[in-house]
Design a protein around this ligand. Structure first.
Ligand SMILES: Cc1cc2nc3c(=O)[nH]c(=O)nc-3n(C[C@H](O)[C@H](O)[C@H](O)COP(=O)(O)O)c2cc1C
Length: 291
């Protein structure tokens, strides 16, 4: 491979020096400092905005724009508004209270709101004219994708298997984030059962390349240059790396979490829905085991 191998059409479009996308990571990792540092270094930084209110999205995007004039992305979860009934909330709190007690914390309380409104978040991305928007957990309508395009946004849909990639292509997406079974955190699966959608990155990427004809970005288990080269060899136009960026200086997660990520091995994670109700790959810890 020579240097031009790394200038894929996707990399060229965003003038990336390296075909690397820093994955959006809800939970505090993707600070404006991290997003801007990646974009300034020649990759594509990504803000995880799923848990942020429209006002917070606006202030984070302003902070990113103060730190870089290069392209970056913002990611949302395509979800219906969460409206759990009282009994469900009580049951969840009761399951967690013993763990809170062990840590010397008072019993948990119901929240006033469980998730920001997706439609309001989407409008914010349009108003802010963010360069790139990516989505997981669901599919946008063709009309929504058209609106994003009309406002200059590049649209990336997450797929964990071929049917999801084809659905995003048919909705008009510009590129597909192929999320292999190795990927850290939540599974993006929105068609079929999650158990049927644990396709490894190596198998998933070429099938999505062939089936969609769109730029495919490979996500899941890519940790260094060897993985990036392998992803390109499979036909991907960039590697999406999440876990590898978790321990960066600019990542906003607590130091204890960074230390733990660094000391993990190949068999340290499990996929479970115990933590959030949605299947996700995480480090096996006492919380996961007890829940
Ligand atoms: C801590 C963490 C949080 C994540 N949060 C999001 C998110 O908010 N939105 C999203 O589309 N993907 C999210 N992901 C998944 C990434 O987009 C990507 O699929 C994954 O990190 C790739 O696998 P890797 O961690 O092995 O690099 C998250 C991943 C991690 C590790």
């Amino acid at each position: 491979m020579n240097d031009s191998t790394f200038v894929t059409p996707f990399a060229a479009r965003f003038e990336l020096r390296v075909p690397v996308v820093q994955a959006p990571m809800a939970g505090g990792a993707t600070t404006p400092a991290l997003v801007a540092a990646v974009s300034n270094a020649g990759g594509l930084g990504f803000l995880a905005a799923a848990a942020l209110s429209p006002e917070k999205i606006a202030s984070e995007v302003a902070a990113i724009r103060a730190l870089t004039d290069r392209p970056f992305g913002v990611n949302l979860f395509v979800l219906e508004p969460a409206a759990p009934d009282e009994a469900t909330v009580r049951q969840a709190l009761e399951a967690i209270d013993p763990l809170r007690a062990d840590l010397g914390l008072p019993p948990g309380q119901p929240l006033a709101r469980y998730a920001p409104d997706f439609r309001a978040q989407l409008e914010t991305l349009i108003e802010l004219r963010v360069p790139v928007a990516s989505f997981t957990f669901g599919l946008l309508s063709a009309a929504d994708v058209d609106r994003l395009h009309a406002n200059g946004l590049y649209v990336i849909g997450t797929a964990t298997h071929v049917a999801e990639g084809v659905a995003w292509r048919d909705a008009g997406a510009d590129a597909i984030a192929a999320q292999g079974a190795e990927a850290g955190a939540h599974r993006g699966t929105f068609i079929g059962a999650f158990e049927d959608a644990l396709v490894g990155t190596m198998a998933l990427v070429p099938q999505l390349v062939d089936a969609t004809g769109l730029p495919v970005l490979a996500a899941g288990g890519i940790m260094d240059g060897r993985g990036i080269v392998a992803a390109l060899a499979l036909g991907a136009q960039a590697a999406v790396m999440g876990t590898a960026f978790l321990t960066c200086l600019e990542s906003g997660i607590p130091q204890a979490w960074k230390t733990r990520v660094r000391s993990m091995s190949d068999t340290s994670t499990s996929v479970t829905r115990a933590i959030t109700g949605r299947h996700a790959r995480g480090i096996r810890n006492p919380l996961m085991q007890r829940l």
